[in-house]
Design a protein around this ligand. Structure first.
Ligand code: UTP
Length: 288
C-alpha cells in the first residue's frame, strides 16, 4: 500500500516570472484553485494519506492554503454561504500535510533526499506540482496499480515532441504490455543525438527507498543541480524501474503558455462560469 507522497515545491519558478517573485508557482490558479490543490486532491483520490511538501523561503502561502482559517470560516458562517464555507473547510481536511524546507535549491534530486526521514523504508509517490494532470483515474493511482502488480518503482511517461525532449528527460524503454514498459536507462535534458527515445518522465514517479543511497552519491548534473533523473537512471540500469504511459490530460503550469492553456480549457468546463466563458470565448476568437 502506498500511503505517502512527496511534493517538491522549493524551486524558483523562473519561467513564470515576474508573477512568481512573491507568489509561489504552486499557487498559480487553474480558474479558482491553486495548482497544488489539484495535486493534493490527486493524492487523496489515490489513497494517499500523508503528504510532505518540500518548500523554501517565501512559500508560506502554501501552508496557509491548507491550514484552517477560523476568521474566514466565521465570516462565511451565514445563510447563503454554505457551499463556499464547505469548500474552504474541505481544503484543510484533505490529508495529513507536513512541510520541510529545502534550504537551498540544489535540484529536484536534493529536494527528494530531504524526504528521507519522512518516507523511511516505505515506497512513496513523487508528484511535481507544476504538472497538473486531469484523468478519469488519477495518474498517481495508475502508477500505484503498476507498483502493486510488478513490485517495482515506476515513472509516469509520455511521448513528447522532438523540440521538447531536450528540455525534459529521455527514456530507453521496452514494452511489457499495453501501456506498461520496463525503463532500462534515462538521461536528463539530452543534447541533440543523445536521446534514447521521445518518451519522457512527466510529473509522477513512484519510488522505493533504494533511491536514497544513490541520491546521496549523485553529483550535480544538468544545470549544476542534483538531478533526480540521474539517480533514477541508476535504478533503471539495475532493472528496478518500470514506466506507465499514463492516461490523462497534462498541463505544464511551469511555463506561461501552459498556465494559459490550463485556464482556458478548464474554464470552459467549469460548473459556475463554463457556459458564460464559452460564449465569451466564441465571440472573442472571431476577432483574432
Ligand atoms: P523545475 O525545474 O520545473 O522548477 O523543477 P523550478 O526550478 O521552480 O522552475 P524554473 O525552471 O526556475 O522555472 C521541478 C519541480 O522540482 C521542484 C520545483 O519546485 C518544481 O516543482 N524543485 C526544483 C525543488 O523542490 N527544489 C529544487 O532545488 C529544484
Amino acid at each position: 500500500m502506498i500511503r505517502k507522497a512527496v511534493i517538491p515545491a522549493a524551486g524558483f519558478g523562473t519561467r513564470v516570472l515576474p508573477m512568481t517573485k512573491a507568489v509561489p508557482k504552486e499557487m498559480l490558479p487553474i480558474v479558482d484553485k491553486p495548482s497544488i490543490q489539484y495535486i493534493v486532491e490527486e493524492c487523496v483520490k489515490s489513497g494517499i494519506t500523508d503528504i510532505l511538501i518540500i518548500t523554501s523561503r517565501g512559500k508560506e502561502t502554501i501552508e496557509n492554503h491548507f491550514d484552517k482559517s477560523p476568521e474566514l470560516e466565521r465570516a462565511l458562517s451565514k445563510p447563503g454561504k454554505e457551499d463556499v464555507l464547505q469548500q474552504v473547510q474541505g481544503i484543510s481536511d484533505l490529508a495529513n500535510i507536513y512541510y520541510l524546507r529545502q534550504k537551498e535549491a540544489k535540484g529536484l534530486g536534493h529536494a527528494i533526499l530531504c524526504a528521507k526521514d519522512f518516507t523511511g523504508d516505505e515506497p512513496f509517490m513523487v508528484l511535481y506540482p507544476d504538472d497538473v494532470i486531469f484523468g478519469e483515474k488519477p495518474v498517481a493511482l495508475q502508477l500505484i496499480e503498476a507498483y502493486n502488480e510488478f513490485g517495482k518503482a515506476c515513472v509516469g511517461i509520455k511521448a513528447v515532441s522532438q523540440e521538447a525532449i531536450s528540455k525534459y528527460s529521455s527514456l530507453k524503454i521496452e514494452n511489457i504490455r499495453d501501456n506498461i514498459y520496463t525503463v532500462t536507462d534515462m538521461i536528463e535534458k539530452p543534447a541533440k543525438g543523445q536521446e534514447f527515445s521521445l518518451y519522457s518522465i512527466l510529473g509522477r514517479c513512484l519510488l522505493t527507498a533504494d533511491i536514497y543511497p544513490i541520491l546521496e552519491n549523485t553529483k550535480p548534473g544538468a544545470g549544476g543541480e542534483i538531478q533526480l533523473t540521474d539517480a533514477m537512471a541508476v535504478m533503471a540500469r539495475e532493472g528496478k524501474m518500470n514506466g506507465v504511459d499514463f492516461v490523462g490530460k497534462r498541463y505544464d503550469m511551469g511555463n506561461k503558455l501552459g498556465v494559459m492553456m490550463a485556464n482556458v480549457e478548464q474554464a470552459v468546463k467549469h460548473d459556475e462560469i463554463g457556459e458564460d466563458f464559452k460564449a465569451y470565448l466564441k465571440e472573442f476568437v472571431k476577432n483574432i
